[in-house]
Write a protein that binds this ligand. Sequence first.
Ligand code: FAD
Length: 317
Amino acid sequence: MSVIEKLRNARGPLFTFELLPPLKGHSIEKIYSTIDRLVEFQPAYINFTSHRNEITYKERPDGLLERKVTRLRPGTIALAAAVKYKYNLTVVPHILCGGFTKEETENVLIEMNFLNIDDVLALRGDPQRGSRVFIPEKDGHRYTHELVTQIANMNKGKYLEESLEETSPANFCIGVAGYPEKHSEAPNMQTDIENLKRKIDAGAHYIVTQMFFDNEKYFRFRDDCRKAGIEVPIIAGLKPISALNDIKMLPQTFHIDLPNDLVSEVRKCKTDQEAREAGIEWATMQSKELIKRGAPGLHYYTLGRSDNIARIVRASF
Ligand code: FAD
């Protein structure tokens, strides 16, 4: 069953979580052990992040810099397929505009289609490390609504090569990202929501939000989306604080705001373990309220951790 079918048929909010592919050279077993600890809570589906090529510079013995293009976390589609068939679970690989031409994207989607993976989260990707602006590939997409259009076209049997005849339509269910605190590059919230609507109008079926720590921001965002004519389900993204440094790192990395009460709770902590306890308490409080006030699904950003997610889900659902 696709994500949108699950959302439509659900009797209560869905529990979902997100995993990163292992760093190059590391095994898939760590992913399996994370899933093993969360599978008892019957996740509706699992997301798998995607990571574009990165440019690194290495100093050579002659003092010159050598430019190297490398992908640190390859294997999103293969990982999703391995998990789908090992656990019989719905999987949602992420597909990026950044770093891919339209042709490469089409080929990835064809592989997914052959593997019977019919769910996808369509994203732009961040600017290349060290760059402040997003630069698409020469024949790639600049914005996610263009990528959504490409996927929706495949659902109509329209491929890039227009002369293809009697093509099989795909059947992708498409999710996209939404930002309760605005995407960092958007000039204001209204413009960002108008741009979000372009993704829905292009054929996206549901939204997953960026992490937020103040539920009122989610509720306001949901109201604003409805006012703008966006009617699709909006799944709430949650990231439990799991280390002392998170109160610095998360706002810097994800352009989000942390409530004062949460920051002062974490500041009282002396160890990462204490910060994790504070994070579990906060995320449990958030989860319970979101469920009570009608969020259709809660999506946990695990960043490789599962014991805290297990405790939050056990206490909330
Ligand atoms: P878009 O929807 O294209 O929007 C990007 C910016 O462009 C916004 O400011 C928007 O307002 C603006 N915009 C959109 N359309 C137009 C237009 N026509 N004209 C002018 N402006 C426009 N990143 C990864 O690299 N890998 C992942 O696996 C990954 N997973 C994620 C999962 C979730 C749930 C979320 C919320 C984010 C994830 N990201 C991931 C991060 C994401 O790629 C970045 O936030 C990225 O900067 C924006 O992606 P987007 O799809 O929202 O972009």
